[in-house]
Design a protein around this ligand. Structure first.
Ligand code: GDP
Ligand code: MN
Length: 400
């Protein structure tokens, strides 16, 4: 689960990490009031969307040349004016994709005068089974680009869970960023605070880009992107309530209500599969035969008829879907339950695109019989290869 920058900074602040003072605002009036409350001679108005690259982003509704989603301004009146330009408008950044994201919230911060911009992130490194740090002097820019063009400027290390965070880790960060003296000490403290925040709240990613040195010699987290491990959210009700459903795909929200592992994708073949590995293989083979999957969907092992029905409805509700491939290898999952779920969903929502069903395993004969006797226009398939070819052919035929 992702959260907004202002929420992430509140968590970091609670763990003692240095962030600038700021207030969230939902209207231009609130933004102006926030600036008056903060006081000072410079403010930053920041669009709150679940995507980075806001500074260099552009608003769809504003004329070319208008400023982006991160603006440094001088007075509360300027804050209000910028807020009015951003709220309700669509911000397009490298990370949002061309459709962009509508801005519904802002964060108003006191302006910082920046001396240097660095990069620091933390993530769960699956290879070492540890929390890893990624640090670079090249902050404020696209880290993928740095990794590509000058990989030597990126320093990574991980923390042994047996020892936890140690001053030596902080010194590694300081060294990587060329910080000594008081700034070096600040880096050590910051590293420990970030590690505490990360592990205590079960984050899966924490990215500070940029981490800055201000002209008055302070190390400050100027941006913060945080993702949490959704499987650990039950331990953190306070974190769970930070969820902003308006930032998420409506189909994914619906799927999460039924405890379905569903990820929306850009292709045209809707997939309903049991087991994550089989779902991945199904997506691969659709691509092999020249089309793209519209989603990843693992209905899980012991799915009920209701769950299968819900899954099928989510797939058919996607306007991009031109064909559906159901691929079930029944182990714990029974083929007759799948068949009943599919039939029930089709009866409720209709079927306007070709549907290929491949069933194998437990109760396969019952499953096939249910589908055969339903009178529905379902194309049966025997194996994965056959199924993928059949759905691709059927979609092409419809298009022709
Ligand atoms: P992103 O573009 O979505 O990653 O948003 P950031 O929060 O990283 O802001 C983008 C850039 O705006 C930063 O890299 C800074 O260069 C600049 N910026 C952000 N806050 C301030 C500030 O307080 N003062 C100044 N001078 N620049 C800022
Ligand atoms: Mn940033």
């Amino acid at each position: 689960m992702n959260i907004h920058e202002y929420q992430a900074k509140e968590i970091l602040r609670a763990y003692g990490a240095p962030v600038t003072r700021g207030l969230a605002a939902f209207s231009s009036q609130e933004a102006e009031t926030a600036a008056q409350t903060l006081g000072g001679i410079a403010f930053v108005v920041k669009a709150q969307i679940h995507a980075g690259g806001r500074g260099k982003g552009t608003f769809k509704e504003l004329p070319a040349g208008a400023k982006g989603g991160v603006r440094v301004v001088r007075t509360p009146a300027d804050v209000k004016a910028s807020a009015a330009e951003m709220l309700g408008h669509t911000l397009v950044t490298l990370q949002t994709g061309p459709s962009g994201k509508q801005v519904g919230r802002l964060y108003v911060e006191e302006g910082a005068s920046i001396d240097k911009e660095f990069y620091l992130s933390m993530l769960v490194d699956r290879a070492s089974s540890r929390v890893a740090f990624v640090v670079s002097t090249e902050g404020g820019m696209d880290i993928e680009e740095v990794a590509h063009s000058s990989p030597e400027k990126i320093v990574t290390f991980s923390v042994d869970p047996a020892t936890g965070i140690q001053p030596l880790h902080g010194r590694k960060v300081a060294q990587a960023l060329g910080l000594s003296g008081d700034l070096g000490k600040q880096a050590v403290t910051l590293t420990a605070s970030l590690f505490e925040a990360f592990t205590q709240t079960d984050m899966s990613l924490l990215e500070i880009n940029p981490l800055v040195v201000t002209k008055d010699g302070r190390l400050v987290c100027l941006d913060a992107k945080v993702s949490f491990d959704s499987n650990a959210l039950f331990r953190h009700p306070d974190v769970a309530q930070l969820r902003d459903e308006s930032e998420e795909d409506a189909k994914e929200i619906e799927a999460s209500r039924y405890d379905l592992s569903y990820i929306a994708l850009d292709g045209t073949i809707g997939c309903m599969v049991n087991g994550a590995g089989l779902a991945m293989a199904t997506m691969d083979i659709i691509k092999l035969y020249g089309m793209e999957p519209a989603n990843f969907l693992d209905v899980g092992g012991g799915a009920t008829k209701e769950k299968v029905t819900a899954a099928f409805k989510i797939i058919t509700a996607d306007p991009n879907v031109e064909g559906i491939l159901v691929n079930i290898f029944g182990g714990i999952m029974r083929c007759d339950v799948i068949a009943e779920g599919v039939i029930a969903a089709v009866r409720q929502v209709g079927l306007t695109v070709p549907l290929v069903v491949r069933l194998a395993g437990t109760n396969v004969e019952e499953g096939k019989k249910i589908i055969r006797e339903s009178g529905l226009n379902v194309i049966p398939a025997d194996d994965l290869d056959d199924a993928a070819q059949k759905i691709v052919a059927a979609v092409k035929k419809e298009a022709a």
